[in-house]
Every structure is written in C-alpha cells, then in structure tokens.
Design a protein around this ligand. Structure first.
Ligand SMILES: Cc1cc2nc3c(=O)[nH]c(=O)nc-3n(C[C@H](O)[C@H](O)[C@H](O)COP(=O)(O)OP(=O)(O)OC[C@H]3O[C@@H](n4cnc5c(N)ncnc54)[C@H](O)[C@@H]3O)c2cc1C
Length: 322
C-alpha cells in the first residue's frame, strides 16, 4: 500500500475513508457501492442566542434574564421544521439545535454536489437555511450567526451503511457510506469491526489483549465550568490557568498547554480550537489567534512561521515586519 509516508504492508486494512470509501473498496475488488456526495452547511450562533432552543434539564452556560427564563422553561432540545421535502429525503431536515457548549446550530441543508471535497459555503444556502428557521423561531437574526461550516455526507445510492468484511480480499474491513447518523453509530460500528479484525488475525497469530490500554480519554480541567473556589485553587496551583487567552470562550493558557501536552498533541491552530475552543466565540479568534500561535510555538519548538492553521500550506504569518 503506497502512502504519503512510504509503502507499508499491513496485515489488515480498515476502510473508513469517508467520501472516498468506494474508491478504496474498488482497490480491493469490492466496488459494490458508489458514494454520491451531499453537502450540508451548519450556521453556528453566538451563545447569547442559545436560549432560543435549550434543554430544561441541562445547564445554560450564561445567565438568562428572568424574562427569558419565564418565556422558555422548559424548552425543547431541538426544533425540526418538518417540510415535505425533508419527509421525502434521507436527511432529518433543517433544524435549530442547542449544542452542548451553549451555541445553537442552524442547519444543515442537503444538496447533491459533484465534488467530494467541496467544503465551500455559499450565500444562497446560508440565506435559505436562515429563512427556513426564522419561520420556526422569528427572533433568530442574521447577526446571531458567528460562523458557517460545510461538510460532505457520503451516502451510497442505497442510502445505507456498508459495514462488512471484504468480499474478495479477506483482510479488508469496510465502513463505507457512513452518512448521518454516522457519528452516532460510530462506536457500535467500531466494536464490530474491531472484533472482525481480531478474529481474522487470530487465524494466523496470537492477538493478546493490551493490558495498558486505557479506553477513557482523560482531559484537563475546563475552567469556565468550574465554581469560583475551584478555579481559585487551580490558579494558585498553576498560574497558567489564571491567564485568559480567549476572552469570548474563557479559555486559559493552562487549558491550551494541557491540550498540547496530551499523549496525542497536534500543533495546529485548528486542532487546539477543536480540543479546547479558543477562537470558537463571537470574535472567531481575532483577539486570541496571535497568543494561541505563540503558545503552540513555545510548546512545539516550531518557529512562529511554521505554526499553521490546519495543514502545512495554510501558513498564517510569513515573518516579522519590524
Ligand atoms: C452536514 C452533516 C450533518 C451530519 N449530521 C449528523 C448527525 O446529526 N448525526 C450523526 O450521527 N451524524 C451526522 N453526520 C454524519 C457524520 O458526520 C459522518 O457520518 C461521520 O463523520 C463519518 O465518519 P467517517 O469516519 O466514516 O468519515 P470521515 O469523518 O469523513 O473520515 C474519513 C477520513 O478518511 C480520510 N481519508 C480518505 N481517503 C483517504 C486516503 N486515501 N488515505 C488516507 N486517508 C484518507 C479522510 O481524510 C478523513 O479523515 C453529518 C454529516 C454532515 C456532513
């Protein structure tokens, strides 16, 4: 198998290649399904708009006015606008969804596209999504939206998952056509595939259980969720938790350092953003980006010019101006 890190000779291959899973299956002689890409854009709102949809049992990460509380409690987790189009499609339709961090997601739409890697957002789709949900929640404003993201779903023409052992090659295991609800189904799919891989390998070798494997992901403290006394204790122990880097999301230097010192550190701005949220707030990183980059440079030993957004050709700075 030729990869961008040289040629490897794996004993088994798990094909979980998303929108390219049919092409990988084809390499093993197993082209029994074809993926047709379907994009969906989600709009992310400011946390201040999160009250519009919420869970009455969950905690809200900001203080509601008594009037707002009166208006909303108890509230739904999501509003789904059931349209005729949604009823006949393979998507749940466009919805207002309260995200766990307090923002609201508005979307996603579902459009068939020719390009499997087209992650562009377009004004027409954004306007369409917003307008459809303003019918559901008239208080939703365009100014509540702080970011847009587009993802590509990977449906097959059967609109079903392809989770199986290889047909022609016995050492390939397929997880193709994993469109929505693929994220929800991923843990269950992984259990089946892991079992099949072990069974296959056991035909020719011992497969001992790794006694040091820890299935629990341990994360550091999340400052904004701690009571004041707990924050105080933490900051006395380690002053880096008292240095707020991202003011919108209340993320401290200590939390960013924890992410960069984890067993699997990734030294890019987007990776740090996904793990601990600096840059996810209203200003979208306008204030904290230089500080985050400096912390990554210090922790990784990389020069500042090599601290990239998400991949090596996404350079952010090119050198000092003075
Ligand atoms: C708009 C939208 C809304 C969704 N809503 C929901 C929802 O509400 N609930 C839900 O459960 N799911 C939802 N999903 C679906 C969910 O996000 C996907 O099912 C899930 O992310 C698929 O995971 P995956 O690991 O199969 O594929 P991916 O996450 O696409 O991962 C595939 C990986 O393979 C890599 N790759 C591809 N080809 C190669 C190659 N040749 N060599 C090396 N690497 C390769 C890619 O770079 C990528 O990292 C939604 C998806 C979208 C786009």
């Amino acid at each position: 198998m030729h990869t961008n890190r040289g040629t490897i000779y794996p004993k088994s291959v798990v094909n979980a290649a998303g929108v390219w899973a049919d092409v990988i299956a084809d390499m093993a002689g197993d082209r029994t399904f074809t993926i047709h890409p379907r994009v969906g854009t989600n709009l992310v709102t400011d946390k201040k708009a999160g009250w519009m949809v919420h869970t009455s049992m969950g905690k809200t990460p900001f203080t509601l006015t008594p009037r707002q509380l009166e208006d909303i409690a108890p509230g739904p987790v999501a509003f789904v606008k059931a349209t005729l189009a949604a009823a006949h499609s393979h998507s749940k339709g466009i919805a207002l969804i309260h995200a766990v961090d307090g923002n609201m997601l508005v979307g996603p739409h579902a459009d068939e596209v020719p390009d499997r890697e087209d992650l562009s957002t377009n004004a027409e789709a954004v306007a369409r999504i917003l307008a459809s949900q303003q019918e559901v929640q008239p208080q939703l404003k365009a100014s509540d939206v702080i970011a847009y993201f587009t993802g590509v779903r990977s449906p097959t023409y059967e609109e079903d998952f392809v989770v199986r052992r290889g047909i022609r090659c016995h050492n390939i295991f397929e997880a193709g056509g994993i469109q929505s609800p693929g994220l929800t189904a991923a843990p269950a799919i992984a259990v089946d595939i892991a079992r099949w891989v072990v069974e296959y390998l056991q035909e020719s070798q011992d497969v001992p259980v790794n006694p040091t494997f820890d299935p629990v992901r341990h994360c550091g403290p999340v400052l904004r969720e701690l009571p004041l006394e707990e924050r105080d204790r933490l900051i006395r122990q380690s002053p880096a938790y008292g240095e707020i880097v991202c003011r919108c999301e209340e993320i401290s230097r200590g939390e960013i350092e924890d992410a960069l010192r984890s067993p699997l550190p990734v030294y890019t701005v987007d990776a740090v953003k996904r793990r601990v949220r600096p840059g996810m707030g209203r200003c979208q990183g306008s204030f904290c980006l230089p500080s985050v980059m400096r912390i990554i440079a210090e922790e990784s030993g990389l020069p500042l010019e090599q601290v990239v957004k998400h991949r090596s050709d996404a350079q952010i700075v090119f050198g000092p101006t003075k």
